[in-house]
Design a protein around this ligand. Sequence first.
Ligand code: FES
Length: 110
Amino acid sequence: MSDGGVLAGTFLCLEDAVPEGGALKIEIAGRPPIAVFRVQGRFFVTDDTCTHGEASLSEGEIDADECVVECPWHSGAFELSSGKPCGAPCTIALRVHRFERRDGGLYLLG
Ligand code: FES
């Protein structure tokens, strides 16, 4: 069904606002904080809060080769593409969000 030309998605940030090999925390009213990661030119959008505790994953260490973020609190880890936990003590998957790149910006879908 046509959306009448209205572009979809909630604006997250400009691509340039996310440092290569780093992350940006985005606060959107009414929902949990979002983290935008940039790894070797690719972007990943996930929940920002670790599923083990209340740590902010955008403050974590990114392993660019493995495309993994390590939590700054207890060193748990998640795959950025799938949200799958890949390091103890994390066992619950991180929510990964669909997004769109458009005109130099990133937009959250759904
Ligand atoms: S809060 Fe992230 S591993 Fe514990």
